[in-house]
Design a protein around this ligand. Structure first.
Ligand code: 5GP
Length: 193
């Protein structure tokens, strides 16, 4: 699909600062579209169907997965979460740039379903920086739990070369600007000055 050039996946190891970079990017560029995910968890107070999430039963969620109606998903704290293909398609059909913040495994699935999507891997400035961020996260964790997190991050980092682009997160603002530059060139958006 021609409009796949508007689809971007941002991935990277945990601790690299993905959420911070993406929320900065969205703040600077409110025109970037946000997809509403599906989940099997119950709505929290104040949440509404189709606004925060689309709330589905596990059976419904599984059926949607089988039909490729969910383009990436995760199991978290006893519930399923996933990005709906219909949401991505709705935004792409309007020529709205879409940024999906997903783990490295989900990124491969997006590429399978949307070969024209651009996948970007966020890298830490160095292994030492990532390690200290990960060690600093959970103060009441055992050495074993911390080691497991470091091993996962190392494994995740080894996939960087499989992505279309890599951006180093030295400074959030610069990293977000570099990301936007990639998006602007690929999708023909207005460049920043
Ligand atoms: P919450 O239940 O607090 O709204 O979300 C729990 C977790 O699920 C968060 O870490 C959130 O980022 C993640 N999450 C929400 N939607 C999706 C999704 O569509 N796909 C994936 N992989 N994770 C999601």
């Amino acid at each position: 699909m021609e409009n796949e050039k508007y689809l971007f996946v941002v991935s990277g190891p945990s601790g690299v600062g993905k959420d911070t970079v993406i929320s900065f990017l969205r703040g600077a560029h409110p025109e970037i579209g946000k997809t509403v995910s599906a989940t099997t968890r119950a709505p929290r107070e104040g949440e509404a169907e189709g606004v925060n999430y689309f709330y589905r039963t596990e059976d419904e969620f599984r059926r949607m997965l089988e039909r490729d109606e969910i383009v990436e998903s995760n199991y978290y704290s006893g519930h399923y979460y996933g990005t709906l293909r219909s949401e991505v398609d709705r935004l792409l059909a309007q020529n709205t740039p879409v940024v999906l913040n997903i783990d490295i495994h989900g990124a491969a699935n997006i590429k399978r379903l949307y070969p024209g999507a651009t996948t970007i891997f966020l890298l830490p400035p160095s292994w030492e920086v990532l390690e200290s961020r990960l060690r600093g996260r959970g103060s009441n964790e055992t050495a074993e739990e911390i080691q497991k997190r470091l091993d996962t991050a190392r494994e995740e980092l080894s996939h960087a070369g499989e992505f279309d682009g890599q951006v180093v997160n030295h400074v959030v603002e610069d990293c977000a600007a570099e990301l936007y530059g990639i998006m602007a060139r690929r999708a023909g958006l207005a460049e920043e000055h």
